[in-house]
Design a protein around this ligand. Structure first.
Ligand code: SF4
Ligand code: SF4
Length: 468
C-alpha cells in the first residue's frame, strides 16, 4: 500500500467575500479613510521652519535628521524610537487584552490595503456570485478584460503606495518630479519597486494567508486572550437551540414555532460566512484566522433585522458572558499593561519636552594626554563639538567648572554663535599649575553658557584633566 505524502501546506481556496452594510463596516470605512488620508497626504503637507526642509514630516537620512512637525530628531535622540516601539507594543497588549484583535480588524496595513483591493475587485468584476462565475468561466475576452482591469488597478494602487512611502524620505514635490524624469536616486526607484511588489502580492494575491501564516502577532495573541477578552462570537445556545440550526421553511417560519420545535435563531443562511474576508465560519468557534473585523456581526444583524428578531446572534462578547458569567474588562493583567503604557508615554513625552537645545561632546587629545610646559604648568587639549538642536540662533560661551586656577584657551573663540541646526567644533587648551601631592586625574566639567538671555538652559559635560 502506498502512503500518501504528508501535506505541510493546505492548498488555498479562493475567497470571494460578499459585500455587507452595517455599523462595523462603517467603522472600517472610517478607519480606512483616516489611515489613507494620513498616509497619502502627509508628505505633501508643508511646514514653515526657520531652517531645514519645509515638509511637515520628513525622514532626512543624508542630513541625519527626522523632521516631525516642530520636532527635529537627531541621531543622539534615536532612543525615542525605542520608546515609541515600547509604547506601541504595550498599546497593542492593552487593546488586545480588552478588545481582542481590534488592531487586525480595523487598523492593520494588511487589512486596510486588502479591503481596498477587494473594493476594486467588486467594482470591476461585480458582486460575489458574478466573481465566482467569472473565476469558473473559461478564458474569454470579457474574463481577460475584467481580470486585467483588476490587476492593473491593484498595481496602480501598489505603485502609488510605494511612491508615497518613498516621499517620506525626500522633499515630496522635488522627488516626484525627479522620479518621473529619471533623475531620482537609485534607492528611490528600488524602494518604490519593492513596496509596489510587496503591496501587490500581500494585498492582492496572498491576502488572508499573510494573517494566517506570516503574521507573528496572530500566533502570540492567544497568550493575551482570556475568558474576559472581547471576541467576535456566535451565540451557540441561542443559535442552535437543542435541535440545532434550521433553514426557515413553511412550518418553521416564526420564531416561536422554531423555538417550540427546539431550533435556535440561526436560519443557516450562510451570510456570515460569505462576508468573511478570511473565509471562515464564525459558528465553528474562535479560530486563529479570525481577524475580528466584525463583518459577520453586520451580516447577521442585517438578517435578524429583516426577520424582526433581536440582534446579537453573532456579536462582540466574551467567553464568560456567553456562559452567563460577568465580564471583567479591567483585570490586573490589563491594568498592568495600562499602567506600563502610561508610564512609558509619560517618560517619552517628558524626554521630548525636556531635551536640551544644545548637544555637546568632548574628545580629549590622547597622545600625549598631558604636556608639562617650561613654566611648570600642565596642559591638556580637547576637541569640543557643539550642536544647536533647536530652531533658534544661539550665542554661547564655553567655560570650565570644578578646576580652580585653570586657564582656558579656545580656538577660534570662547564665544560661539550657532545658527539653528548648526554645528561648531572648537579646540580647547586647559592649563593648570598642579599642587604638590595632587591626584594624577582630576574630574571637571565643560559648561556652555547661553549669552544674552533667551530660553536655553546651560549644558555641561564631564571631562578629565591629567596632571602628569
Ligand atoms: S448570518 Fe446569522 S442566521 Fe445566517 S448563518 Fe450566520 S449566524 Fe446563522
Ligand atoms: S469570522 Fe467574522 S470577525 Fe472573524 S474574520 Fe470572519 S467576518 Fe471577520
Amino acid at each position: 500500500m502506498t502512503e500518501s505524502p504528508i501535506q505541510l501546506y493546505r492548498p488555498r481556496t479562493a475567497i470571494h467575500p460578499r459585500s455587507v452594510a452595517g455599523r462595523f463596516r462603517n467603522a472600517k470605512y472610517a478607519a480606512l479613510l483616516l489611515a489613507y488620508g494620513v498616509f497619502f497626504l502627509l508628505p505633501w503637507l508643508r511646514w514653515t521652519r526657520e531652517v531645514g526642509p519645509q515638509q511637515a514630516v520628513l525622514f532626512d537620512l543624508p542630513a541625519r535628521r527626522f523632521y516631525i512637525f516642530d520636532l527635529v530628531v537627531h541621531p543622539q535622540e534615536i532612543f525615542w524610537l525605542a520608546g515609541l516601539l515600547v509604547i506601541a507594543a504595550l498599546l497593542l497588549f492593552f487593546v488586545t487584552g480588552l478588545a481582542g484583535r481590534v488592531w487586525c480588524g480595523y487598523f492593520c496595513f494588511q487589512t486596510l490595503w486588502t479591503d481596498v483591493y477587494m473594493l476594486i475587485e467588486r467594482l470591476v468584476q461585480g458582486e460575489r456570485p458574478a466573481r465566482i462565475r467569472l473565476a469558473k468561466a473559461p478564458w474569454s475576452a470579457d474574463k481577460l478584460l475584467k481580470l486585467g482591469g483588476t490587476h492593473g488597478l491593484w498595481l496602480a494602487v501598489a505603485f502609488v503606495t510605494g511612491l508615497t512611502f518613498t516621499l517620506y524620505w525626500a522633499d515630496a514635490p522635488v522627488m516626484t518630479s525627479r522620479f518621473f524624469t529619471g533623475q531620482a536616486p537609485f534607492a528611490a526607484y528600488a524602494t518604490t519597486l519593492l513596496l509596489t511588489a510587496t503591496t501587490y502580492v500581500f494585498a492582492g494575491l496572498a491576502r488572508e494567508q499573510v494573517c494566517t501564516y506570516m503574521c507573528p502577532y496572530a500566533r502570540f495573541q492567544s497568550v493575551m486572550f482570556d475568558r474576559d477578552t472581547l471576541i467576535v462570537s456566535y451565540d451557540r445556545a441561542r443559535g442552535e437551540g437543542v435541535e440545532g440550526r434550521h433553514k426557515p421553511d413553511r412550518e418553521l417560519k416564526g420564531r416561536e414555532a422554531r423555538q417550540d420545535a427546539g431550533h435556535g435563531d440561526c436560519i443557516d443562511c450562510g451570510y456570515c460566512v460569505q462576508v468573511c474576508p478570511t473565509g471562515i465560519d464564525i459558528r465553528d468557534g474562535l479560530q486563529v484566522e479570525c481577524i475580528h473585523c466584525a463583518l459577520c456581526v453586520d451580516a447577521c444583524d442585517g438578517i435578524m433585522d429583516r426577520l424582526g428578531w433581536p440582534r446579537g446572534l453573532v456579536r462582540y462578547t466574551s467567553q464568560n458572558a456567553l456562559e452567563g458569567c460577568r465580564t471583567r474588562l479591567l483585570k490586573p493583567k490589563t491594568l498592568g499593561y495600562g499602567v506600563g503604557l502610561l508610564a512609558a508615554a509619560a517618560l517619552l513625552i517628558g524626554s521630548v519636552a525636556d531635551h536640551p537645545d544644545i548637544d555637546v561632546s568632548v574628545r580629549q587629545t590622547r597622545n600625549p594626554l598631558s604636556v608639562t610646559l617650561s613654566d611648570g604648568e600642565v596642559q591638556n587639549r580637547y576637541t569640543v563639538r557643539v550642536d544647536n538642536t533647536s530652531g533658534r540662533r544661539l550665542r554661547l560661551q564655553l567655560v570650565v567648572d570644578g578646576l580652580p586656577g585653570a586657564q582656558i584657551a579656545v580656538l577660534p573663540s570662547p564665544e560661539l554663535l550657532l545658527l539653528p541646526e548648526a554645528r561648531r567644533t572648537v579646540y580647547v587648551k586647559v592649563r593648570l599649575r598642579p599642587e604638590p601631592g595632587q591626584a594624577r586625574r582630576l574630574t571637571f566639567r565643560f559648561r556652555l553658557q547661553p549669552l544674552g538671555g533667551g530660553e536655553s538652559e546651560p549644558v555641561s559635560v564631564p571631562s578629565q584633566f591629567y596632571t602628569r
